[in-house]
Write a protein that binds this ligand. Sequence first.
Ligand SMILES: [Zn+2]
Length: 89
Amino acid sequence: MTLAEPNVPICQSCNMEMFEDSDFGTEANETLSVDYCTHCYQDGAFVDPDLTIDQMSAIASDFIEADNVTMAEAKAISKAILSNLKRWQ
Ligand SMILES: [Zn+2]
């Protein structure tokens, strides 16, 4: 897994790009998760199974840094992105 990889996998829970093995979550059998990052998924389960898409979009909106974007707009943008991910289908 290198930065030159054309299709960087993204976490299907929080949209984080996963570059290194240490970025990936782990399954119960200690293999790496193909879908989720280490912050979201460990030992075959979500770290915070009760998290809602609204809560996640509030967290994710902190990573949207742009001028003239309000917090509400940032949340709406992140929710639109997150709603395409496997966890939130
Ligand atoms: Zn994640």
